[in-house]
Design a protein around this ligand. Sequence first.
Ligand code: ATP
Ligand code: MG
Length: 756
Amino acid sequence: MMAICDFSTNMNVSARSHRPWLDDLNLAQREAVQALEGPVLVLSGAGTGKTRVLTARLAELVATDTAKPWNILAVTFTNKAAREMKMRVANMVGPMAEQVWLGTFHALAARMLRRHADLVGLKPDFTILDVDDQTRLLKQMIEAKDLDAKRWPARMLGGVISRWKDRGLTPDKVGAAEAGDVANGRIREIYVDYQARLLALNAVDFGDLLLHVLTILQTHPDVLAKYQARITHVMVDEYQDTNVAQYLWLRLLTGTRHNLCCVGDDDQSIYGWRGAEVGNILKFESDFAGTKTVRLEENYRSTGHILAAASAVIAHNETRLGKTLFTAAEEGEKLRVNGYWDGADEARTVSSQIERMMEEGGDLSQIAVLVRAGFQTREFEERFIAIGLPYRVVGAKFYERAEIRDAIAYFRLIAQPADDLAFERIVNLPKRGLGAASLQAIHIQARASQKPLMAAAFDLIETDELRPAARTSLTEFIRDVKRWRDAVASMHHADLAKMVLDESGYTRMWQVDKLPDAEGRLENLTELVNAMQEFDSLAGFLEHIALVMDGDTEAENGEVTLMTLHAAKGLEFDTIFMPGWEEGIFPSQRTIDENGAVGLEEERRLAYVGITRARKLVHISYAGSRRIHGQWQSAIPSRFLQELPSDSIIEDNVQGMQAMGGGFGRATPAELADASHFGGTSGYGPGWRRMAARQQQASDPSFIAQDSGTVFAIGDRVFHQKFGMGNVINVDGDKLEIAFDRAGHKKVVSGFVSKP
Ligand code: ATP
Ligand code: MG
């Protein structure tokens, strides 16, 4: 048998045999794939096959027996990319692909840290905290130190500490000048205390994953030597977005061997705000003597117009290497640039365009809506729900929702009773009569006995410290947690999860909640239990959660993808919609305020990343006005629109938009700086505000309620803004029971539905 998976048993045959991953590669790509020893740098524009080169090179390393799978460490930027690469390599070399060290920096570091946790004072089952937990912890410390929490918000201090961690700085390495007067000059002290507190909790934050591993490798030469002997080849995707800590880690692992292959694109460096150093890629050649540098110039992803537009925009950046990019593909369709009245109009029209593409046989999974900031997805989500368009949101969104965090806190506490943050979050959720006084008593007990809160609570119920009602309630809670913990071994974790949510009263809390979003929260909880089915164990699931918290989710077929531009890096779709190209949103005002020209260039790189995600079609849009905090505000089209080459775009402003100054093209930089240019009614023409107001009413359910005196009967076909189409199955005065096509049975007041 000459099957590809025979590599392990018969290397010579396989090395000589046909290697299909080399077939389509162009000469430059092949050169990079076959340079198997020494430092290799592929520095090239978007869509030139960098990721493909890495994948092929991984197969080549194994196929030629240059390295065993377990000798290779490959770093991807997202969990999704890691899964994709693993799948592709498995197709190439068979099941051996499983043994490659493949994942994100975070995932790989977590794996290493679990092995050597004791070397930094942790236990192997440490918890990985998310930003929320981190912030809560810091808040407590800020209060304890009597610092002004308004002046020094926990989130900000968390940011300062995280940036230090990104730079590989443990508390002892932070210089006084570095700390400045942050937190009245006490930030270093807070950092020290924070790290101590994390250790006591047997917890780490994201930055710690790498920082601890760095410390271990730097202070335990034996451990380092083992890794250096084991990992002979290192590969990194999206190298332009690595931070200093990651760089140091890579340097240590590659040792003197320098078998390091990095690919990246300086024009796609978009994580400067999170500590990424584009300098890492720019100094690669001087860092690693004898580097073989390969430049790829042919873009295989996009049409001519898309590439021309992306190239023209990025050409406005001054700090860049500059690259040639060409495509053999046809010119394709020009980019569409549309102006809309307001955000709702934009969401509505984009949704209709997507629907039309569907009717013409389009594939939803090949369409993505890319936004600058997370909040922008909401308007689209609502619209997609209303018209029943299947969609998914990529990013931490789902797991960031409060009910999901609460549920996970329950699971964390079961898996790890010393998880104080989880304990605090849910001990009185739903309300169990354990108020501030009870919590304080538990805290005092914990401090005195140096025990985790759960253990301290256990001690406390033996005393008469607590009021009888609180004591009974706490006793029950502890007993429940213990029972659930005992069930971990015998029950499937998804069943256990459902049981925990039911028995704790958490599910019920939302069932009796009268707020309109309670229903959605219950659906989220069900979905959470569904999600758990895909994992082997509770621990596996929690590990996954911790890692996806700042990342991406599994791709599904047949859904439109909604995500941020940041999350889209490395991905590709046939059609890309980019709404919200308005000054302040994109480019982001905050980035410009904080980082000036440097920030603006990073925003422009985001535009470049966004445009180059598309294979065939790009729709860019902006709205004339947005409602912010209930107030209508006029918006100015993004300056990036003016940087699009007119030969490659079709501008299509909605009726009346021209009146606001002839479309976006006419605004001068001076006008852009002056927000009043489009302000007031004069610029938009007299009808504009009335129009906006009318649209505002049309999308507001309470408006429909006032307006409708419609009488309904059983069997009527009706439409609801949130639940979509359905049939009336019961009428009780003005209360209707409706079987919605998608949302199931619901009771709804008649004023909220209409006959289509
Ligand atoms: P980005 O900078 O966006 O991460 P990239 O440089 O990593 O892009 P890839 O994602 O590897 O580019 O490749 C872009 C697309 O081009 C993919 O669909 C890939 O399969 C295809 N491609 C790459 N090289 C070739 C080739 N030699 N022949 C045909 N298609 C190719
Ligand atoms: Mg790539």
